[in-house]
Design a protein around this ligand. Structure first.
Ligand code: ADP
Length: 166
Protein backbone atom coordinates (compact mmCIF):
# COMPACT_ATOMS: atom_id res chain seq x y z
CA UNK A 1 0.00 0.00 0.00
CA UNK A 2 1.60 3.23 -1.16
CA UNK A 3 0.45 6.06 1.07
CA UNK A 4 1.50 9.68 0.54
CA UNK A 5 1.09 12.64 2.83
CA UNK A 6 0.18 15.90 1.09
CA UNK A 7 1.06 18.51 3.71
CA UNK A 8 0.18 22.19 3.68
CA UNK A 9 -1.90 24.88 5.30
CA UNK A 10 -4.84 24.67 2.87
CA UNK A 11 -6.10 28.03 4.10
CA UNK A 12 -8.22 27.43 2.03
CA UNK A 13 -7.71 24.50 -0.36
CA UNK A 14 -7.56 25.79 -3.95
CA UNK A 15 -8.05 24.29 -7.40
CA UNK A 16 -4.23 24.16 -7.57
CA UNK A 17 -4.03 21.79 -4.58
CA UNK A 18 -6.96 19.77 -5.87
CA UNK A 19 -5.31 19.23 -9.22
CA UNK A 20 -2.13 17.94 -7.56
CA UNK A 21 -4.12 15.56 -5.33
CA UNK A 22 -6.13 14.18 -8.26
CA UNK A 23 -2.98 13.55 -10.31
CA UNK A 24 -1.28 12.09 -7.23
CA UNK A 25 -4.00 9.43 -7.06
CA UNK A 26 -2.49 7.88 -10.20
CA UNK A 27 0.78 7.41 -8.29
CA UNK A 28 -0.34 6.43 -4.79
CA UNK A 29 -2.98 4.10 -3.34
CA UNK A 30 -3.94 6.62 -0.70
CA UNK A 31 -3.28 10.32 -0.14
CA UNK A 32 -3.61 11.82 3.30
CA UNK A 33 -4.08 15.57 3.10
CA UNK A 34 -2.36 16.87 6.24
CA UNK A 35 -3.45 20.27 7.49
CA UNK A 36 -0.39 21.47 9.35
CA UNK A 37 -1.02 23.84 12.20
CA UNK A 38 1.59 26.55 11.97
CA UNK A 39 1.87 28.27 15.30
CA UNK A 40 3.71 31.30 13.90
CA UNK A 41 1.21 31.97 11.10
CA UNK A 42 -2.22 33.47 11.69
CA UNK A 43 -4.72 31.50 9.60
CA UNK A 44 -7.83 32.95 7.96
CA UNK A 45 -9.99 29.85 8.46
CA UNK A 46 -10.14 27.49 11.48
CA UNK A 47 -8.57 24.05 10.93
CA UNK A 48 -11.93 22.27 11.29
CA UNK A 49 -13.42 24.42 8.54
CA UNK A 50 -10.45 23.72 6.27
CA UNK A 51 -10.79 19.98 6.97
CA UNK A 52 -14.50 19.99 6.21
CA UNK A 53 -13.94 21.77 2.89
CA UNK A 54 -11.33 19.22 1.81
CA UNK A 55 -13.51 16.27 2.89
CA UNK A 56 -16.45 17.68 0.98
CA UNK A 57 -14.28 18.17 -2.12
CA UNK A 58 -13.20 14.52 -2.07
CA UNK A 59 -16.36 12.94 -0.69
CA UNK A 60 -16.57 10.65 -3.73
CA UNK A 61 -12.92 9.61 -3.46
CA UNK A 62 -12.33 7.20 -0.55
CA UNK A 63 -8.60 7.13 -1.29
CA UNK A 64 -8.25 10.71 -0.04
CA UNK A 65 -8.21 11.19 3.74
CA UNK A 66 -7.84 14.42 5.68
CA UNK A 67 -6.05 14.94 9.00
CA UNK A 68 -4.97 17.90 11.12
CA UNK A 69 -1.48 17.74 12.58
CA UNK A 70 1.07 19.71 14.54
CA UNK A 71 4.81 19.25 14.69
CA UNK A 72 7.26 17.88 12.18
CA UNK A 73 5.83 16.76 8.86
CA UNK A 74 8.14 13.73 8.57
CA UNK A 75 7.14 12.62 12.05
CA UNK A 76 3.48 12.86 11.13
CA UNK A 77 4.18 10.93 7.92
CA UNK A 78 5.68 8.10 10.03
CA UNK A 79 2.76 8.24 12.43
CA UNK A 80 0.22 7.62 9.67
CA UNK A 81 2.38 5.05 7.86
CA UNK A 82 3.08 7.24 4.82
CA UNK A 83 6.29 6.33 2.99
CA UNK A 84 5.97 9.33 0.70
CA UNK A 85 5.31 13.06 0.77
CA UNK A 86 3.63 14.75 -2.18
CA UNK A 87 4.21 18.42 -3.04
CA UNK A 88 3.28 20.69 -5.93
CA UNK A 89 5.67 22.97 -7.80
CA UNK A 90 4.47 26.14 -9.49
CA UNK A 91 7.61 28.09 -10.20
CA UNK A 92 11.32 28.54 -9.61
CA UNK A 93 10.81 30.16 -6.16
CA UNK A 94 8.69 27.14 -5.19
CA UNK A 95 11.60 24.95 -6.25
CA UNK A 96 14.08 26.87 -4.07
CA UNK A 97 11.73 26.71 -1.11
CA UNK A 98 10.90 23.04 -1.58
CA UNK A 99 14.53 22.10 -2.04
CA UNK A 100 15.40 23.36 1.45
CA UNK A 101 12.44 21.59 3.00
CA UNK A 102 13.41 18.41 1.17
CA UNK A 103 17.00 18.58 2.45
CA UNK A 104 15.81 19.24 5.97
CA UNK A 105 13.29 16.40 5.83
CA UNK A 106 15.97 13.99 4.54
CA UNK A 107 18.23 15.11 7.37
CA UNK A 108 15.46 14.42 9.88
CA UNK A 109 14.26 11.16 8.32
CA UNK A 110 16.02 9.67 5.33
CA UNK A 111 13.38 6.99 4.88
CA UNK A 112 10.65 9.25 3.53
CA UNK A 113 10.80 10.25 -0.13
CA UNK A 114 9.15 13.38 -1.50
CA UNK A 115 7.54 13.46 -4.95
CA UNK A 116 6.84 16.70 -6.83
CA UNK A 117 4.24 17.36 -9.48
CA UNK A 118 4.43 20.46 -11.67
CA UNK A 119 1.25 22.49 -11.61
CA UNK A 120 -0.73 22.91 -14.80
CA UNK A 121 -0.76 26.30 -16.60
CA UNK A 122 -4.39 26.79 -15.52
CA UNK A 123 -3.56 26.72 -11.82
CA UNK A 124 0.08 27.70 -11.59
CA UNK A 125 -0.80 31.30 -10.59
CA UNK A 126 -3.15 30.18 -7.79
CA UNK A 127 -1.95 30.31 -4.20
CA UNK A 128 -3.85 30.31 -0.91
CA UNK A 129 -2.17 33.62 -0.05
CA UNK A 130 -3.51 35.32 -3.18
CA UNK A 131 -6.92 33.71 -2.74
CA UNK A 132 -7.11 35.15 0.79
CA UNK A 133 -6.39 38.59 -0.64
CA UNK A 134 -9.15 38.14 -3.22
CA UNK A 135 -11.53 37.11 -0.41
CA UNK A 136 -10.58 40.10 1.76
CA UNK A 137 -11.15 42.52 -1.09
CA UNK A 138 -14.28 40.85 -2.40
CA UNK A 139 -12.91 39.79 -5.76
CA UNK A 140 -14.54 37.02 -7.72
CA UNK A 141 -13.40 33.53 -6.75
CA UNK A 142 -14.82 31.41 -9.55
CA UNK A 143 -12.16 29.22 -11.10
CA UNK A 144 -9.87 29.51 -8.07
CA UNK A 145 -11.84 27.38 -5.61
CA UNK A 146 -14.57 24.71 -5.88
CA UNK A 147 -18.12 26.16 -5.95
CA UNK A 148 -19.14 24.67 -2.57
CA UNK A 149 -16.26 26.50 -0.83
CA UNK A 150 -17.07 29.76 -2.62
CA UNK A 151 -20.67 29.44 -1.43
CA UNK A 152 -19.52 28.97 2.18
CA UNK A 153 -17.11 31.90 1.97
CA UNK A 154 -19.84 34.21 0.72
CA UNK A 155 -21.93 33.04 3.68
CA UNK A 156 -19.11 33.58 6.19
CA UNK A 157 -18.38 37.04 4.83
CA UNK A 158 -21.75 38.76 4.63
CA UNK A 159 -21.66 41.19 1.78
CA UNK A 160 -18.60 39.31 0.64
CA UNK A 161 -19.94 38.72 -2.81
CA UNK A 162 -17.67 40.07 -5.53
CA UNK A 163 -17.88 43.79 -6.12
CA UNK A 164 -16.78 43.61 -9.74
CA UNK A 165 -17.37 40.84 -12.21
CA UNK A 166 -14.85 40.33 -15.01
P1 ADP B 1 2.59 26.06 2.31
O1 ADP B 1 1.74 26.57 3.43
O2 ADP B 1 3.72 25.15 2.73
O3 ADP B 1 2.97 27.08 1.28
P2 ADP B 1 0.29 25.33 0.88
O4 ADP B 1 -0.77 24.95 1.82
O5 ADP B 1 0.15 26.64 0.19
O6 ADP B 1 1.68 25.06 1.54
O7 ADP B 1 0.41 24.25 -0.27
C1 ADP B 1 0.71 22.90 -0.04
C2 ADP B 1 1.37 22.31 -1.27
O8 ADP B 1 0.59 22.58 -2.40
C3 ADP B 1 2.74 22.90 -1.57
O9 ADP B 1 3.55 21.86 -2.11
C4 ADP B 1 2.48 23.91 -2.62
O10 ADP B 1 3.59 24.12 -3.45
C5 ADP B 1 1.37 23.21 -3.38
N1 ADP B 1 0.55 24.14 -4.13
C6 ADP B 1 -0.09 25.23 -3.69
N2 ADP B 1 -0.75 25.86 -4.69
C7 ADP B 1 -0.50 25.13 -5.80
C8 ADP B 1 -0.86 25.26 -7.17
N3 ADP B 1 -1.61 26.28 -7.61
N4 ADP B 1 -0.43 24.33 -8.04
C9 ADP B 1 0.35 23.32 -7.61
N5 ADP B 1 0.74 23.14 -6.33
C10 ADP B 1 0.33 24.03 -5.44
Amino acid sequence: MKRALFPGSFDPITNGHIEIIRRGLALFDEIVVGIGINTSKQAMFPPQQRLQWIEETFKEEPRVKVRIYTGLTVRFAREIGAQFILRGLRSAPDYEYERNIDLLNKYLDNGIETFYLLSSPETSFVSSTLVREVIRFHGHLEGLLPPHIIRDIYAIYPGGKPISQP
